[in-house]
Every structure is written in C-alpha cells, then in structure tokens.
Design a binder for this molecule. Structure first.
Ligand code: PHE
Length: 347
C-alpha cells in the first residue's frame, strides 16, 4: 500500500481507539508509538519517499503521530479518573478527610485583647489610611519641619511618579497617631478612640526590629481630662492585660505631640519584678509612650485648647505579644511558618 493510504487507514483507526484499562492502553501505545510501532515504521519508510512528495507526506505523518499521542493521553486520563472514582465509591462510610482549619495570628489575638480591654472603658475603634500625607503624620502633630522623624532615613516616602526621586509629602505612616489627627478634625469632643493598625519605618530587619509593625494608639479628649485620668486608664489596662499584681511606672520623656510626655514601664511579668534577663535585671519593662495632648495639636485640629484637654498613648502590638508569649524573634510574626502559628491554637 502506498504510504499515503497507510497514513489514512491509521488515521481512521485512531478515531475508534478504545482501552478498558491501563494494560490495554499500554498495548495500544506499543502497537502504534513504540520503537517498533506502526507509526514509527512509517517514519522509516518516509526516508525513501521522492523529494517532491516529502512536504505533503511529512505533514500528514506528523499529524498522524500527534493525533495518536493525544488520543492515547486522553484515554489515560479517562482511565485514571475511573480508578480514582472507583476508590471513592468503594467505602461510603469512610470518614472524609477533615478540612484543615487555620489558627488566629498571635498579633490579631493580642490586638483584639487590647481593644476589648479599652472598649470596657468606653473606647471605640477608629481606622485610617496606611498611605498618608505629611500633614496628618507629622504636621498637625507639632513635629518641627526639620524633625528627624520626617527624614527619609526613618520614613518611607512615596514617589509620585515611578522612578522620579523627588521628596514628596506622601508617605507610609510611621505611627497611627495619623488616625488621631483625622478623628480630631472630623469629630467634636468628647472623643475616646483606639487606633490599631500597621505602621512602617525604615529599619534594618533583625530579631528586634522590622520595617513594619503594629500599633494600638489611644486618644481621649474632653473637658477637664488630667494626667491622673491617663495614669488610671493605663493602670487598669496593665492589670487587665498582665494580671492584677502588675505595677506601672511613668518616666518623663519627650514626644512632639504631648506635653508632658512619659514612657510607661510595667513590673516585669516574667520575673514578677525581682530582675531577670528579660528585664535586664531591672524588674521593669517599657511598653508604651504617652502624655497629655499638646495644646498646639488640639488647635491645629480645630479644637479649643482652653476648653478641652486630653491624653494619648501608643504601644507596639509585637512588644505586648512578646511579653505575653515570649516570642524572641520579631521576624517570626511575618514569616507565616505554620509551625510557629500553630503554637497559638489554644490561646
Ligand atoms: N506615636 C508614638 C510612637 O509611635 C507613640 C505615642 C502615642 C506616644 C501617643 C505618646 C502619645 O512612638
């Protein structure tokens, strides 16, 4: 038979190719496509075809081989599917594989606990954008124009046009105090809000620092708010969070947006205040910054500082989580290693 006719006959055979199981299928593969298979043999025959017929016959032959391969692969998939189906109907009483549930992230657990404690004394949640402008992050918060926190060393400024490195006033917020300025300019006192969220700073990543972390800041503005109110609110929070024996200590500090300002330590909840390696033998660990809202900030946000006063505080969620769960390396929080995350399953 001429080569062309043989190709046509085999082509017709391909349409009706059938295999009931893997063995029959393998027999078909050997019959047509193996080294000694019928289609392979035609390629040998093809070598002696006259030059003027090569083009047409070559195309037909390639098409035949492709059709055979596709057909055999389709049959293989069908047989595999059948086998999988057979297995699942074998035992209808088989317990299904359980759907693997994830666990809450430790930072979410701790953030929610902080929110819950402050909600008991009347704080509600406020949120704002992570991509902010200079005015809300620094300007209205009484940062001097040359304050180093505005410097590109500490803050991620956003380029307005890609590739154009000009200083802009668009940046990733470096604290959630920006949400406080947004609340103060859009609401009238009394104000009692908690501002949780992610913040960004240009830090080299290590066990103790990261270029992003999470904060919860708080703001309370009303008539006659005093430093004693600040102290009582923070003492209440510390006892609820770390246990009723917890003591607090306020040390004078400086923030542009509060006056007076303080840093708050709690008695070390690991050694109970007797001194250990965690608290470097001092018995105290620093957990937050706070102070009375600077009158300049109130005025910049359109609140009359002669009528109203207020306090603010801000803490890092990672730090509180470290204290509660003793996580030694900050990087674990963002690596999403399930071996780490699973440890908080029962918290
Ligand atoms: N915004 C400060 C920080 O990010 C924390 C803070 C908030 C301090 C409110 C005082 C009052 O470090």
């Amino acid at each position: 038979m001429a080569l062309k006719d043989t190709i046509q006959t085999l082509m017709t055979q391909m349409e009706g190719l059938k295999a009931a199981n893997a063995e029959e299928l393998e027999a078909l593969r050997i019959k047509y496509l193996s080294k000694k298979g019928e289609i392979t043999a035609l390629f040998n025959e093809f070598r002696s075809v006259p030059a003027e017929e090569k083009r047409e016959l070559g195309q037909l032959l390639n098409h035949l081989r492709q059709t055979a391969e596709t057909r055999i692969n389709d049959l293989r998939e069908k047989i595999n599917d059948q086998m999988a189906g057979d297995q699942s109907v074998n035992d209808l009483t088989r317990t299904p594989d359980p759907i693997a549930l994830g666990t809450r992230h430790p930072l979410s657990l701790v953030r929610e606990e902080i929110e819950e404690i402050f909600s008991r004394i009347g704080f509600t949640i406020a949120q704002g954008p992570e991509v902010e402008d200079d005015k809300h992050v620094y300007g209205m918060l009484n940062f001097a124009p040359e304050h180093p926190a505005r410097d590109m060393q500490d803050t991620f400024f956003i380029e307005k046009e890609i590739g154009v490195q000009k200083p802009t006033d668009v940046l990733l917020r470096s604290h959630t105090s920006s949400v406080q300025t947004r609340v103060m300019t859009s609401q009238k006192p009394p104000i009692r809000v908690l501002c949780p969220g992610r913040v960004y700073r240009n830090e080299a990543i290590s066990a103790r620092a990261h270029c992003f972390f999470h904060q919860v800041e708080g703001l309370y503005i009303d008539k006659n708010v005093s430093f004693a109110d600040l102290r009582e609110a923070l003492l209440y929070f510390s006892k609820e969070m770390f246990g009723p024996e917890t003591k607090i200590r306020l040390r004078p500090s400086y923030f542009p947006f509060t006056e007076p300002s303080a840093e708050m330590d709690i008695s070390c909840n690991i050694c109970g205040g007797t001194g250990c390696s965690f608290c470097k033998g001092t018995g105290w660990v620093e957990i937050l910054g706070c102070g009375m809202v600077d009158p300049n900030v109130l005025e910049a946000c359109g609140i009359d500082s002669k009528v109203y006063s207020g306090f603010a505080f801000g803490m890092g969620v990672e730090r509180i989580t470290n204290l509660k769960y003793r996580v030694k390396d900050l990087r674990l929080f963002s690596e999403n290693d399930v071996r780490f995350l699973r440890q908080f399953e029962s918290c």
